[in-house]
Design a protein around this ligand. Structure first.
Ligand code: PSV
Ligand code: MN
Length: 428
């Protein structure tokens, strides 16, 4: 729906400044044996991050929700929004569905429609944290006291079956992965036995894992609290690793940046999981206090840079092929504007991580020279790499200045006119 010619037209007045800034930066970056700027641009242009289907509408809190207007009314309209986003930023080439918030009646038709818009299907997400007619059927079972961890075998079975349904749906859509985030836990000390809950979840995940088709992967996503406020079964990366190991070889861990207790060293978690070959993917967002689901890179950009540093180290000079996704809740901003800014922050962190002189850093580490190590990291992190990200976008036919382009195009107003002011997208 966003025409490439319109993007080119909007880029036109910006091109000469951009070219000059890019040339200056490229000369600086490449000086004295620095990385080849062309290689950095190529890596950025090739990077893809999935957009979440559940965050194309306004996010809410328990204190209210203030709809932005023109929210997608069905999965097909979510695909339209992600296609618009892709046209602007280039890097969002897939959508991640959450079932049953998304439960397309004609998956093959949806797949074809999405492909026509240049959008593929990233990891599927199962929802066993809410009761819903399509997951808990006729009300005989409920997830109130857990899904895979529930003491009731029929409820556990319903949760397994929902995951199998999601895998089968994903096959029809062309997805190749399943992300399992469970709300299972307790609110009250003594409410349930920690070990029994964990063992039930491990058993359930094994059953789901065994249903994965050839070439599929499965991700366990940990989170310390919310909605469970005393204990959560998959509460931290250690539990997540144990569960992935118990599930089987196709399982690995997904790191949502908001799912850590305050001050956790997330980059070290990333390094550990990569080291044991069980790092599966990311949900990008940022936070100040808990799982705030704020714009990626808006609060702790240095942490994001360090995480990308670990990824580049793990991938031997490029980020490894993992499931990269944005998982945010847009309470105040237009969701698409928030996703534009998040994608930009991700590209910038990646570019800066690629600028780190890793050989010199290793020498500084081995030489016990923390001051030099800091200089090397700061030299990369303090570099304004925005022209590199802009150039990567331009090579993907996207916008040099995506937020300004989005506003100039008037996408939101057009969607309000088409979909209505009071529409509410399914999701968070
Ligand atoms: C849970 O907080 C989470 O991060 C999981 O990824 C869910 O699937 C998603 O948010 C939506 O609730
Ligand atoms: Mn998440």
């Amino acid at each position: 729906m966003i025409d490439q010619d319109r993007i080119a037209e909007l880029n036109q007045p910006l091109v000469s400044d951009h070219d000059r800034e890019l040339a200056e930066l490229s000369a600086r970056v490449g000086r004295g044996g620095g990385p080849d700027p062309e290689a950095v641009i190529g890596a950025l242009a090739g990077f893809s991050v999935a957009a979440p289907s559940w965050a194309l509408g306004t996010g809410g809190t328990r204190f209210g929700r203030f709809p932005v207007g023109g929210e997608p009314r069905a999965t097909v309209e979510k695909i339209d929004d992600v296609a618009a986003l892709r046209a602007l930023v280039g890097a969002t080439r897939s959508i991640s569905l959450h079932v049953p918030w998304d439960d397309p009646a004609d998956p093959e038709g949806l797949r074809e429609y999405a492909a026509g818009q240049g959008i593929g299907f990233d990891a599927m997400n199962s929802n066993t944290f809410q009761d819903n007619p399509s997951t808990t059927g006729d009300g005989k079972v409920s997830y109130k006291f857990g899904s895979l961890a529930n003491a009731d075998p029929a409820t556990r079975q319903a949760a397994v079956e929902h995951n199998l349904y999601v895998i089968d749906l994903g096959v029809r859509l062309g997805s190749r992965a399943l992300t399992v985030w469970l709300a299972d836990g307790t609110n009250h000390p003594g409410q349930a036995d920690f070990r029994a809950q964990f063992e039930r979840v491990a058993e359930g995940l094994r059953g789901i894992h065994d249903h994965l088709p050839e070439g599929w992967r499965m991700f366990t996503e940990h989170k310390p609290f919310e909605p469970a406020f005393y204990s959560t079964v998959n509460q931290d990366w250690g539990s997540s690793l144990l569960l992935a190991q118990a599930a089987g070889p196709k399982a690995s861990c997904l790191v949502d940046l908001g799912h850590h207790l305050p001050n956790a060293n997330i980059e070290q978690v990333v390094s550990r999981l990569a080291m044991v070959g069980r790092l599966g993917g990311f949900h990008f967002n940022d936070s100040k206090y808990g799982d705030d689901d704020l714009t990626t890179g808006s609060i702790t950009p240095f942490q994001l840079f360090l995480i990308f540093g670990e990824l580049v180290a793990a991938g031997g000079g490029r980020v490894p092929e993992l499931a990269y996704m944005i998982d945010q809740s847009h309470n105040l901003k237009d969701p698409i504007e928030d996703l534009i800014q998040s994608t930009e922050a991700i590209l910038l962190a990646y570019a800066q991580a690629l600028l780190v002189d890793r050989e010199a850093l290793r020498a500084a580490q081995d030489g016990n020279d923390p001051a030099l190590a800091q200089e090397l990291l700061q030299a990369a992190f303090r570099t304004d790499v925005r022209p590199l990200a802009a150039e990567a976008r331009r090579r993907n036919g996207a916008a040099l200045a995506p937020l300004a382009a989005y506003r100039a195009i008037g996408y939101r107003d057009a969607r309000i006119a088409e979909r209505g002011r009071g529409t509410v997208a399914t999701g968070l």
